[in-house]
Design a protein around this ligand. Structure first.
Ligand SMILES: C[S@@+](CC[C@H](N)C(=O)[O-])C[C@H]1O[C@@H](n2cnc3c(N)ncnc32)[C@H](O)[C@@H]1O
Length: 297
């Protein structure tokens, strides 16, 4: 456990566990997006061990024993439901998991049996730990939802000890996709702008509707194309979901269409941002989800 470097301005009581709260008005965050994620994780924040294991292996495929091991003190920035903190808890020494939203409630519930995970309500712009305190910092699916993405990457890098590692997952700008794929995405982005501005109940309804009418047909198409060509099936939009459970598809539909602030970055842009943050040995995974990348300080 790393000591906090200041006093929290409050404490939330979650199932008998006090969660220190460091959030303030000045964090690098979009308040509507934070609120939306709080709702999302309270709705979809329970996972079985097998679900966490299967998905975690995809996000952590480029993380070696040298980067993360029983001696590693880790920081999960934007932990959401806490699923990745739980995933790495058996490989790590200790995990500090932070999120500025009400997701801290499901995160405490999911991780309280681990014994080496502490959840704190905090985020970029109000991280309550001294710089260079962590061997392994990760922030998965977070920095593309923030007003200042470069600022967040620089702050994440600042928490890493010298020679420590940073793992990020940042929405890709479809830089490895065809023109048709990009066209479909731009149409879907317009739909996101409309749906994400709706009240939560309507938003949930439309995102579930899209999960049934858009995701499921593409899942069926991917499985059909796969009968003839494995490589061809990977080119089908949303092929990533071909073997994902229904709950993940609903969750990701809400994530994709219900989130007000979303940005996308190419490999080149991510490399530049990591360079600017003083990181080296930058290594992208060739596998989905795109792009997830590790870098050393
Ligand atoms: C797509 S979710 C990803 C959650 C988790 N990392 C995962 O992959 O399951 C994005 C998370 O970022 C959090 N977030 C939003 N603004 C943030 C900020 N300024 N600092 C840290 N986390 C933030 C949200 O509350 C949300 O839980």
């Amino acid at each position: 456990m790393i000591p906090y470097n200041r006093k929290p301005h409050g404490n939330a009581d979650v199932k008998g566990t006090a969660v220190a709260d460091f959030t303030s008005q000045h964090i690098n965050a979009d308040s509507k997006t934070v609120e939306s994620f709080g709702e999302e994780w309270n709705r979809f924040g329970t996972f079985t061990e097998a679900e966490i294991q299967r998905a975690g292996e995809q996000y952590f495929d480029i993380v070696t024993e040298n980067m993360l091991n029983k001696n590693s003190v880790c920081l999960d920035i934007g932990c959401g439901s806490g699923r990745w903190s739980k995933f790495i808890s058996q490989r790590a020494g200790f995990v500090e998991a932070i999120d500025p939203s009400e997701a801290v409630i499901p995160a405490v519930k999911l991780t309280q049996s681990c014994g080496n995970v502490r959840v704190t309500r905090a985020g970029y712009g109000c991280i309550p730990f001294d710089k260079e305190s962590f061997d392994f910092v990760f922030s998965l699916g977070v920095v593309h939802h923030l007003p200042d993405t470069q600022g967040a990457i620089t702050e994440a890098a600042s928490m890493v000890k010298k020679n420590g590692w940073l793992l990020l997952y940042i929405y890709y700008s479809l830089d490895n996709r065809s023109g048709l794929y990009k066209f479909i995405f731009h149409c879907s982005n317009f739909v996101r702008l409309v749906i994400s501005s709706m009240p939560q109940g309507l938003k949930n309804f439309f995102c579930d509707f899209i999960a049934v009418t858009v995701y499921l047909p593409f899942v069926a198409l991917t499985r059909f194309v796969r009968l003839f060509s494995e490589a061809g099936s990977k080119k089908v939009p949303l092929s990533y979901y071909a073997d994902k459970p229904w709950k993940v598809i609903r969750n990701d539909s809400l994530d994709r269409f219900g989130t007000p602030l979303e940005k996308r970055f190419s490999k080149k842009e991510i490399t530049e941002m990591l360079d600017n943050a003083g990181m080296k040995d930058i290594c992208f995974s060739d596998n989905e989800p795109y792009w997830h990348v590790v870098a050393r300080k």
